[in-house]
Design a protein around this ligand. Structure first.
Ligand code: SF4
Length: 321
């Protein structure tokens, strides 16, 4: 999701361009008022990926967003309650064949008649009520998201909704926190669901640079072999056997690989215990010893280099691939 003021089309386009470079495949922008809606045509024109308008409270903003040519809408069942307002949005979305995401958030659930239902049950109920309303309006371009900060609640809610409706599911742990902790929380929640075959799109929500959200999303996908975009770095944590500055080397290699799109596996290993095996298994790897390292490419030992040349030699082999 873009984090700029949507009313500032130039800043929003620039930020989305940065996200596209990281591999972002679709982007959502907040549309809090008419001025933000008025900026949508310029934003749509200025970017290459589908644009989703995030609408709360005012159905007229959804209608303006559709007129502006957005590729998708996100509405929150807790915030647009009037069925006639939903009907108007649906009519306009159907005319343009624009999908609607029913985005349920644990923090903004619609009021419940039940006093005994859990948050998970209320999230599923809210999503199902909205889905059934859309279906009654003969609309099926639906996508569903059930997000909470609480990981077990998010997992339970998504497992439940996946058994009750046929539509694509967007995954996320909402308000997951700052990058250091939010990435872990997101990886646990999103990763468990993806591993169970649940989820079609995802967003990592971090209090930080949105490009980090995209990078984290790809790392989750790559951890589960669901994406081959960009390099995978295998690096050992180092230990008492390490006789080189392994951590500095791993960080330097990671920085160099950050902008690369080649789907390669690179190994940076600190000793002869696991080093040669991992390095041989990677597309390019280094197994370090005392002040020297053996470079492997595609399973073959290609040369031995001095510690001062580790980074340069490794990157040269990567470039040769
Ligand atoms: Fe230690 Fe070697 Fe394992 Fe690295 S690969 S953690 S240096 S034993």
């Amino acid at each position: 999701m873009a984090k700029t003021d949507t009313r500032d089309a130039r800043a929003t386009i620039d930020q989305i361009k940065g996200l596209e470079e990281c591999g972002c495949q679709l982007v959502r922008v907040a549309v809090p008022d008419r001025e933000a809606a008025a900026a949508l045509p310029a934003i749509r024109k200025g970017i290459a990926i589908p644009l989703i308008a995030d609408i709360h409270f005012d159905h007229r903003l959804a209608l303006l967003a559709l007129e502006a040519g957005v590729d998708g809408l996100r509405i929150n069942p807790g915030n647009i309650r009037d069925p006639e307002h939903i009907a108007r949005i649906v009519r306009a979305a159907r005319e343009r064949e624009v999908p609607i995401r029913v985005g349920v958030n644990a923090g903004s659930l619609p009021p419940s008649k039940s006093t005994v239902k859990t948050v998970t049950e209320r999230m599923v109920d809210a999503a199902m009520e909205e889905i059934e309303l859309l279906e009654r309006l003969d609309f099926d371009l639906i996508k569903v998201a059930l997000k909470a900060f609480d990981v077990p609640i998010t997992i339970a809610a998504n497992r439940a909704i996946a058994t009750r409706m046929p539509y694509p599911i967007h995954l996320g742990i909402t308000e997951a926190g700052t990058p250091r902790k939010g990435v872990i929380r997101s990886a646990v929640g999103i990763g468990i669901l993806l591993h169970e075959g649940i989820g079609d799109t995802l967003r990592v929500s971090l209090s930080g640079d949105p490009r980090e959200e995209v990078v984290a999303g790809y790392e989750i996908l790559k951890s589960l072999d669901l994406s081959r975009r960009g390099p995978v770095l295998v690096s050992c944590p180092s230990c008492g056997r390490t006789e080189v500055d392994l951590v500095a080397l791993a960080i330097a290699v990671e920085e160099r690989l950050a902008t690369m799109e080649k789907p390669i596996k690179v190994a940076v290993m600190g000793c002869v215990v696991n080093g040669p095996g991992e390095a041989r298994d990677a597309d390019v790897g280094i197994a370090c010893g005392r002040g020297r390292g053996i470079i492997f490419r595609k399973g073959e030992q290609v040369r031995t280099v001095e510690e001062a040349d580790f980074l340069q030699a490794l990157m040269a082999e990567i470039e040769r691939l």
